[in-house]
Design a protein around this ligand. Structure first.
Ligand code: UDX
Length: 447
């Protein structure tokens, strides 16, 4: 099929390359000139494992400056532009709106299906069809729109896109759903030759379940899935805080809970809470959409407030452990919102650093991949590439992102360079015995 993917962010670029791998003819539309040039040269515009390799495998993918005739000859157009949060909690749809105009101006075929992969409020699919229609010149028909939410995680984005747990296809007409299903047929049947470094995990061989739904249900499935996962994390963080109060160990508690198949063990890791581009934005947006329709989503609001408190609690623990914050030196190990990505959006480390700075601390941070991105953003603290150097003279160290690089550090060497003794393991990922064995003071989250 001829596929135009509009928006070369995480979702769009990964989806486009995976569809190219499935043998589709892919065109990547991107507004940012710098990004287009990088992509044409095969240079990843952001860090994501396997991205460089997939770009090299698919040099046939084009990244044109203009829509030209691409829309008119496309079988499908995938919408994967950003839908950032608005201050009141809703979603900013200006990029989707601008794209609708561009699609209408460029012209589309009667059979072209617009597939929405951006996370958009319920009802946007229908609105998008009407919006494109209102800008169409000459022949006017109501464009066919489907919602096909994307569930990929940063850091393992390609793995998730090749081997998803499910494919959700929402559209009002069965023929529209059938066309989208055809696009993902090889993924559904898992009958493709995987790229050499992206083999299927054993046990993931069968067909991928496909769920066909109405448009609004598909849109809500995306929000509800992210909100559930975020709530699960907030739940375990609340239990971790109770562990701190009663002297229990959250590692043991979450293991004991996760062995119940109804609860399941994944996403039960306590720590500094969730960050990233999706959870915060989507939980707020879902709560906001409910409120707009007169429903108060109390559980979602609590999940948000527990998550915000988790960052504050880390600052409180550092303050308690150092006897105050003013004038103290704190080093953050890791700044990206999770390992495997350079993404700094809503990263707990950034909020914690700002809180510490506001209370008079001197903050230094290190990260194996995010430093250039942090520099570009102009973060208000020092950035040091070498973790050992970053911890020189520190009163305390906070493991903010559990990068593998930080899990087997030489704590004897670190102890010699530090001024204080406190190590706060914000991700419960360090070996307590090793840290304490070096003569340092270990604190975790609920352990
Ligand atoms: C998430 C969803 O998982 C994915 O399906 C959706 O498409 C996009 O949003 P992502 O944001 O890339 O993916 O990362 P994810 O691995 O889900 O982690 C999100 C945050 O939760 C991270 O900050 C992570 O550190 C935190 N987390 C995750 C925990 O604190 N505890 C856990 O047990 C799991």
């Amino acid at each position: 099929m001829k596929v135009v993917v509009a928006g070369m962010g995480y979702v769009g670029l990964v989806t486009g390359l995976v569809l190219a791998e499935m043998g589709h003819e892919v065109v990547g539309m991107e507004k940012d000139k710098k990004k287009r040039e990088l992509l044409r040269s095969g240079i990843p515009p952001f860090y994501e494992p396997h991205l460089e390799e997939l770009l090299a495998r698919h040099t046939e993918v084009v990244y044109p400056d203009e829509w030209g005739g691409w829309g008119a000859c496309a079988d499908v157009i995938i919408v994967s532009v950003g839908t950032p949060p608005l201050p009141q909690g809703g979603s900013d749809l200006s990029q989707v709106r601008a794209l609708a105009q561009e699609i209408a101006r460029a012209g589309i075929g009667k059979e072209t299906v617009i597939i929405n992969k951006s996370t958009v409020p319920m009802g946007t699919g229908g609105w998008l069809s009407r919006e494109i229609h209102s800008h169409m010149k000459g022949q006017r028909f109501l464009p066919r729109v489907a919602s096909c939410p994307e569930f990929l995680r940063e850091g393992v984005a390609f793995y998730d896109a090749f081997y998803p747990d499910r494919i959700v296809i929402g559209a009002d007409r069965p023929t529209t759903r059938a066309k989208v299903r055809m696009l993902f047929e090889k993924i559904e049947k898992q009958n493709f030759e995987p790229p050499p470094t992206l083999e299927r995990a054993t046990g993931k061989r069968g067909r991928v379940p496909v769920l066909e739904t109405g448009l609004e249900s598909a849109e809500l499935i995306k929000y509800a899935s992210n909100a559930f996962l975020a709530t699960k994390i907030s739940f375990i963080n609340e239990v971790a805080n109770i562990c701190d109060a009663v002297g229990a160990d959250i590692g043991e508690v979450s293991k004991g809970m996760g062995l119940d198949a109804r609860i399941a063990g994944r996403f039960l890791r306590a720590g500094l809470g969730w960050g990233g581009s999706c959870f915060g934005k989507d939980v707020s947006s879902l709560s906001h959409q409910a409120a707009e329709r007169g429903y108060v989503a109390r559980l979602l609001q609590s999940a948000i407030s527990v998550n915000a408190f988790q960052r504050e609690k880390a600052v409180q623990k550092l303050a308690e452990g150092m006897g105050g914050v003013r004038g103290k030196r704190v080093t953050l190990l890791g700044i990206s919102f999770k390992p495997g990505t350079s993404d700094l959006r809503d990263a707990p480390a950034l909020t914690i650093a700002q809180k510490l700075i506001d209370r008079g601390a001197l903050v230094t941070a290190t990260d194996p991949v995010a430093l250039p991105f942090a520099r570009e953003e102009g973060v208000p603290f020092s950035l040091v590439a070498c973790p050992y150097e970053a911890m020189e003279g520190a009163d305390s160290v906070l493991l903010a992102t559990e990068w593998p690089d930080y899990l087997d550090l030489d704590w004897d060497r670190i102890k010699k360079g530090m001024r204080g003794k406190l190590v706060l393991d914000g991700r419960n990922s360090l070996d307590r015995a090793v840290v304490e064995g070096a003569g340092l003071r270990y604190k975790g989250v609920g352990r």
